[in-house]
Design a protein. Structure first.
Length: 524
């Protein structure tokens, strides 16, 4: 038996008895002189990582460790069994490398080889490009599943697209989105939560890795992933799969912390390592928070009424995570870093999770509003942008000078605003500010589409840097009959450019340039 395997972007056939990879190699935890290469195998046979260096091949052997957390859901049988046995994790930390340098590498696992390239983190004076996604929510059912596509007021779609569903299924949308990400050669990629539909269903994680280091693509073999945890990573699965129950939720989140390696955060509870972190990449500091649960259960400061007593770290003011975040933000500011913060639950939104926490009309039991308690910290420490997901709609707000972005959906929902909900800080909403333009059956421009944020941090000379944030959407090109003929990278009319630090008064370069934004939305 043979199957198609992607290796460094090339498709070829491999015998099943030679293919020992469960997940192809992927990169984690970059630094200027180090990188972790991970992969999962079916067997407990040690693998070999070979790195091509100027001094000759660097050969490192792996130690396979049984990944006991990566089994199929124990609460209810997942479909399409029988499922494979537990895999083995291989994790090799490579050190002694040169900053901002590309190295070819190969991994040999039980007779099967995979080839790719890793690039070490840049130095503090070099440009950085990174991409931010959210809400991929992968699952096998994504294939063939077209998401609801809310119709903006005044838009009339042709009959062939009038069923209220997006033009392609989630799997296709996700793959095209990642194709664009890959084409831009980012230094790293972050995902602001909801990587999978059900954190406790292993088949959903299997689908995730098909996109990032498997049959659909191998972006993660070349570009490190830095992710935050969303509510769906805490969700073991619907009904009998365990939901948000204490033990099922802990089971689900252990998969996330098994797959991904983060710098230590010093949490008192070892199970909270990897759930929030600080990463320095050149001039950029990325602070990742865990907004899964916190505050008083079932109160106005609780982001998830279903979660209680799990390993989720409290985020409330005075909590260990809050104090950690306060210290890290202050330290990064003192170091002169350009700071970005990511977490899942968006504090400012007109989506379904923009209602205040609570139950009943005008409330939401998975609200992002409680995370507003961090806004003063972000303001005090000159955070460049706050990057969120959860509401699956591109929205941009400015609160006391801080930019808050709800990412375009990476591969799941394509929502519109909630009736009756307003956001006084909103300056752009794709649903309203990127209207669909149709010519017969052909979509010409605009609309809500799968996408991501591209962020470029570029030195300008002296101590000044330019930060450009582009909300990208992946546009389906159509012929006159409405058939999709290709895909194109496009950018919403909401590009933000910052100069850091702000130039002194009288300089020609503006401290804050909000490109092509409607002045009326800024209250001017």
């Amino acid at each position: 038996m043979k199957r198609l395997v992607l290796c460094g972007g090339l498709i070829f056939c491999a015998s099943a008895n030679a293919d020992d990879f469960r997940v192809l190699p992927y990169l984690q935890n970059p630094s200027p002189t180090e990188m972790t290469v991970r992969w999962l195998s079916d067997s407990n046979v040690a693998g070999t990582l070979t790195l091509t260096t100027p001094g000759g091949p660097l050969v490192l052997n792996s130690t396979p460790v049984l990944a006991s957390t990566l089994g199929y859901n124990p609460y209810s049988a997942e479909p399409n069994g029988p499922h494979p046995a537990l895999p083995y994790m291989h994790s090799v930390r490579v050190s002694g490398l040169t900053p901002a340098t590309a190295y070819n590498y190969s991994v040999n696992q039980n007779g099967f080889s995979f080839n790719s390239t890793l690039t070490t983190a840049v130095s503090a004076n070099q440009a950085v490009r990174f991409m931010v996604l959210a809400d991929s929510e992968t699952e096998p059912e994504s294939t063939g599943k077209r998401e609801p596509w809310d119709v903006p007021t005044g838009v009339v779609r042709p009959a062939m697209y009038s069923d209220g569903k997006y033009v392609v299924d989630q799997t296709t949308g996700m793959r095209q989105n990642l194709n664009v990400v890959s084409s831009r050669n980012p230094n790293f990629v972050s995902i602001a939560g909801d990587l999978v539909e059900s954190g406790g269903e292993q088949r959903d994680w299997d689908e995730f890795w098909k996109h990032f280091s498997g049959d659909y693509g191998t972006l993660a073999s070349r570009v490190p992933l830095m992710n935050s945890m969303g509510n769906h990573e805490n969700f073991a699965g619907p009904g009998a799969f365990g939901g948000y129950g204490t033990a099922p939720s802990n089971y689900a989140t252990a998969k996330f912390t098994t797959y991904f390696e983060s710098p230590p955060n010093g949490a008192g509870n070892p199970a909270q390592e990897g759930r929030y972190s600080r990463r320095d990449y050149g001039k950029v500091t990325l602070i990742t928070l865990d907004s899964s649960n916190g505050g008083v259960q079932g109160s106005a400061n609780d982001t998830n009424y279903y979660i209680n007593g799990t390993n989720a770290p409290d985020y409330a003011m005075g909590s260990e995570q809050y104090l950690w975040a306060s210290a890290q933000l202050a330290d990064a500011k003192a170091d002169g870093q350009i700071i970005f913060v990511q977490f899942h639950h968006t504090p400012y939104s007109v989506g379904p999770h923009g209602w205040p926490a609570g139950t009943g009309a005008g409330h939401d039991n998975q609200s992002g509003v409680p995370m507003r308690i961090y806004s003063p910290l972000f303001e005090q420490n000159d955070v460049a942008a706050v990057l969120n997901g959860h509401d699956e709609m591109y929205e941009h707000s400015i609160v006391n000078g801080i930019h808050y972005f709800v990412m375009p959906s990476a591969g799941d929902g394509l929502r519109g605003p909630q009736a009756g909900l307003t956001n006084p800080y909103q300056v752009f909403l794709a649903h309203d500010d990127a209207p669909e333009v149709w010519s017969g059956n052909q979509l010409i421009s605009g609309g809500k589409h799968y996408g991501h944020m591209e962020i470029n941090v570029t030195p300008m000379g002296g101590d000044q840097w330019q930060v450009t944030m582009e909300p990208v959407y992946v546009f389906p090109l159509m012929d006159a009959n409405g058939a999709i003929t290709g895909w194109e990278r496009r950018v919403y009319n909401d590009v933000v450019t910052l100069t850091v630090p702000e130039p002194s008064a009288g300089m020609l370069l503006p401290a804050l340039l909000l490109c092509r934004r409607k002045r009326s939305k800024l209250g001017q």
